[in-house]
Design a protein around this ligand. Sequence first.
Ligand code: TXA
Ligand code: MG
Length: 331
Amino acid sequence: MTDHSAPDTGEKRPALIPATPAGIARAAELLRAGRLVAFPTETVYGLGADATDDRAVAAIFAAKGRPQFNPLIVHVPDLVAAHSWGLFDDRAHDLATQFWPGPLTMVVPRPANSALSLLVSAGLDSIAIRVPNHPVAQAILRATGKPIAAPSANRSGAVSPTTPHHVLESLGDRVDAIVTGGKCMVGLESTVIDLTGPEAVLLRPGAVLPDEMERLIGPVRLSAGDPTAPKSPGQLESHYAPNAAVRLNASSAEEDEAFLTFGPDRFVFGGATRLNLSLEGDLNEAAANLFSHLRSLDQSGAKRIAVMPIPEVGLGMAINDRLRRAAAPRG
Ligand code: TXA
Ligand code: MG
C-alpha cells in the first residue's frame, strides 16, 4: 500500500519542479506514488492526484480544505484514454473531435466496475473528463500513464491559480510538488457540459461557448434556464444516496442494521454486517473508504445503516456533510 503520510526525506515542501523532461519524469513518479502534484493546464493550474487511488483523491480534498465532496475532473491525454473511464455517445464523440484537446469537460456515465476512485465522482454514477491542451499537462499525463484527478490548485473559496506562484501562495506545503510551467493562457476554468441525460446541460460556462457546441449536437440547456446562474456543485441533486435509511451518531447497532464504524470498534456492539471507515481514526482513510463502504453496506440488503460519530474537523466535515444528506428524509 502506498504511504501517503511519509514526507519526502530532507526535501523542502513543496518541491518546485521545472517543466523539463527530467522534471516531468519526477512529477510522474510522484503521482504514481500517490502524491499531490500541481501542474499547469491551458485553463488554470490543477491539483493533481492518481484518480484510481482513493487515498490520493482524499488527500486532494484535505489539501483544498473544502467542507464538501464535490466531484472532480479526470484528466487524460486523448480520447482513446478517455474511453477507458467514461461511456461516450455520439454527442460526446462529436464534441471530443471538435474541442479536445481543449477547455471542455464532459460529464458522461461511469462504466460499472470502473477502477476510478468512487470519491472522484463523489459517489455519482457519472464522471467528468477532460483532455487538456497544454504541452506540460500532456507530457505529465503521458508519462504518468494514469487518469489524473485535478481540481483547480487553490484552497476552497480562493481564486483559481494561473501561475505557480499563486499555487504556492494558496496551498503552500499542502501540496507535495508544483511543476512550474509559466502562466496559463485561458485563465478561466473549462466549460462543463453534462451529457448523462437526453438533454445536454451546461453546468459551468467557460471558453467553449454553448452555441459552438449547439452547432454540433443541437440544443444545450443553460442550467436553471439562466446562464448567469449555473448549477453549482453543491446543488447537484443526483448525488448518490443509499437505498437503506441512515441513522447517524450511533453508539451501537441493532441486529437488523448494517453498521458503519470509525476508530477502534472492538467494544462497540451490534450490526448484522459491519465495515470500519478507519480503525486508526484517520479521517483521510475514512474519506477514501466512505463511498465504497456505503455501497457495500447498502448491497448487504440491510434496511438501515447505523453510523458511528465522525469528528467534525478537517475531512470529517465533508464526510459528515455527505452522511447528513444520506440520512435526510427523502421524498
Ligand atoms: O479548467 C478546469 O476544468 C480545471 C483544470 C485544472 O482542468 N479544473 C477544475 O476542476 O476546474 P474543479 O474540481 O475546480 O471543477 C470541477 C467542476 C465542478 O463544478 C464540479 O461540480 C463539476 O466539474 N463536476 C465534476 N464531476 C462532475 C459530475 N460527475 N457531475 C456533475 N458535475 C461534475
Ligand atoms: Mg475550482
